[in-house]
Design a protein around this ligand. Structure first.
Ligand SMILES: Cc1ncc(COP(=O)(O)OP(=O)(O)O)c(N)n1
Ligand SMILES: Cc1ncsc1CCOP(=O)(O)O
Length: 531
């Protein structure tokens, strides 16, 4: 089989010990191939040589009928004996150079990689493909190395730019997280995985044909969708102020009709304010933190907001579950890493959350976003930015959006929003917003509310941006701008009201203005620049 013709999309690693009771191994393999598995690796950790040989030989015959390459885990001798298409070798197995000498010309050699250093070595050694992992926790193998996480995979994929080496990710990947994994692992340079390797997601199924078909469809749709290169915005022709304003007008009108439910796991300083702001916009808040209810809430909400302002271990457990379920249902997740730079615990939690689920929008001030990327260009004081902001905020948000595969909102006197390609610069708002607590958190509620509307509209009308292979459907870039703009313009109207004497009377007036704000009033005051 020609190396170039190999499709790594859905790579099955076998695991006979995981078969459902009564399910025959060869039957399961054949059904998996019917469902769309494109590469098979026989992984037999406990079989004696004779048994391994028998299984490999029978598996080879079945794979040949489907024209699917068969690889052998670890054992060069078995690969040679059954005429397999190649081998998969781990870091402590046979070196690639020796395997290459022993195997026939054009054999495929895959290498497991857990770190950048291992990947660099695999490239140097001339591997044909790499298996990067484990991405997530898995029950299938006792892991001795740290989890790579989706963002870790993305930073490794960059190294494959300009090479012909293919890459699959492995470890804990299943139907619920496969799209999130494909989306989140795309590198800053746009390098995507060639495929996904799974054991339990197919082998444990009583219907492996269906399990494989479901995975294969998601992978296929992702690969052909523009989300591969565009991330979470939908315009391929570029945005203009007019197109953005038109879309915001639609979102503002639709929110009062659709009244989306916004699930908010937020901090206990701002819960009531954020809920009231959400209602004033025309959406419905539900403020719930308990892990046990996250799966049900994901089904009924239009979007999720996760705000770590007053982080507690139970809320953290809820956040992990909520984002996972919301990702699986392709709904938006807005993430507000409040005060991430303040403590090591917050830093650890933020890294973990972003590795476990994909944020649609990350919103933060300069201090928070600097801490998120580990930069000391901007300092924080608790939850606030200290001193000057970024030297080049436009470049910063564009780069971070590409790295995190989401929309980045950098808040401050001037707000910067980017999808990694375009940046919107907003200059609305009022100084009172900086004199009350929770205005930043409430902005997160506004962004989540409009993200929900954009996603619901897209699902209802394919023309509004629904793309099957995309992690979240609808234009999240415009939705994020809408959230900021509506909140900040309402603040401008509230601040000049006769009944507003200062920050204390400002907040109720702000809620009133949000409740009565029209698209026409927003259009009149908008100060936006697109770069
Ligand atoms: C595609 C793929 N990637 C990684 C592995 C893991 O291989 P290894 O590190 O050799 O561990 P074992 O599978 O031998 O336990 C793999 N098998 N396949
Ligand atoms: C073989 C292997 N190597 C790293 S994780 C893993 C097991 C993957 O199994 P599953 O897909 O069931 O998590």
């Amino acid at each position: 089989m020609l190396q170039t013709s190999i499709d790594y999309s859905l790579y099955l690693v076998t695991g006979r010990e995981l078969l459902p009771q009564g399910k025959d191994y060869l039957q399961s393999l054949e059904e998996s191939l019917e469902g769309g598995v494109t590469v098979v690796q026989i992984r037999e950790k406990k079989a004696e040589t004779a048994e391994f040989l028998d299984i490999a030989s029978k598996s080879k015959d079945i794979c040949a009928r489907y024209n699917v390459p068969l690889l052998i885990n670890d054992r060069i001798d078995i690969a040679l004996a059954v005429g397999a298409d190649g081998v998969h070798i781990g870091q402590t197995d046979m070196p690639v150079s020796i395997a290459r000498k022993l195997l026939p010309k054009d054999s495929i050699i895959g290498v497991s990689c857990n770190t950048i250093e291992e990947l660099e070595m695999a490239i140097k050694d001339g591997a044909d493909y790499v298996g990067i992992g484990a991405v997530y926790a898995t029950q299938t193998k006792d892991l001795v190395k740290p989890l790579v996480g989706v963002r870790g995979v993305g930073s490794m994929l960059r190294l494959l730019d300009g090479t012909s080496i293919k890459a699959v990710a492995i470890g804990g990947i299943n139907l619920k997280n496969v799209l999130r994994t494909l989306h989140g692992t795309v590198s800053e340079t746009g390098h995507a995985l060639d495929g996904i390797a799974v054991v339990s997601a197919i082998v444990t199924s009583i219907n492996p044909r269906q399990a494989a078909a479901d995975l294969a469809e998601i992978i296929r749709e992702f690969k052909k969708g523009p989300s591969l290169t565009r991330g979470l915005s939908i315009s391929t022709n570029g945005y203009t102020v007019d197109t953005i304003i038109n879309s915001i007008t639609t979102l503002m009108k639709s929110i009062r009709i659709l009244n989306p439910l916004i699930h908010q796991i937020t901090n206990n300083v701002v819960t009531t304010q954020s809920a009231n702001v959400t209602i004033a916009l025309g959406a419905s808040p539900i403020m719930a933190t308990t892990a046990d209810e996250m799966s049900d809430l994901a089904e009924i909400c239009g979007a999720l907001l996760v705000n770590i302002g007053t982080l507690t271990p139970p809320a953290y457990a809820g956040m992990l579950k909520a984002g996972f379920h919301v990702n699986a249902l392709k709904k938006p997740v807005v993430f507000d890493p409040v005060g991430v730079g303040a403590t090591e615990f917050r830093k650890k939690v933020v890294k973990d959350l972003l590795d476990k689920w994909q944020a649609t929008v990350i919103k933060g001030n300069a201090g928070e976003l600097a801490a998120l990327v580990g930069s000391n260009e901007v300092a924080s004081k608790g939850v606030d930015t200290a001193g000057e902001g970024f030297k080049d905020p436009v470049l910063f948000v564009k780069t971070l959006a590409r790295r995190e595969r989401c929309i980045i909102v950098l808040t401050g006197k001037t707000d910067y929003i980017s999808d990694g390609h375009t940046c919107a610069i907003l200059n609305n708002g009022h100084q009172f917003l900086g004199e009350i607590t929770g205005s930043g958190c409430a902005t997160g509620s506004c962004i989540a509310s409009y993200c929900a509307v954009a996603s619901l509209l897209a699902r209802a009308d394919r023309k509004m941006g629904a793309i099957p292979g995309q992690l979240v459907e609808g234009d999240m870039f415009v939705a994020a701008i809408a959230g900021l703009l509506v909140f900040n313009v309402a603040a401008e109207f509230a601040a000049v009201r006769g009944d507003v004497k200062g920050p204390g009377t400002f907040f109720p007036a702000l809620v009133d203005e949000l409740a009565s704000l029209t698209p026409e009033k927003v259009v009149r005051r908008v100060k936006i620049q697109i770069v």
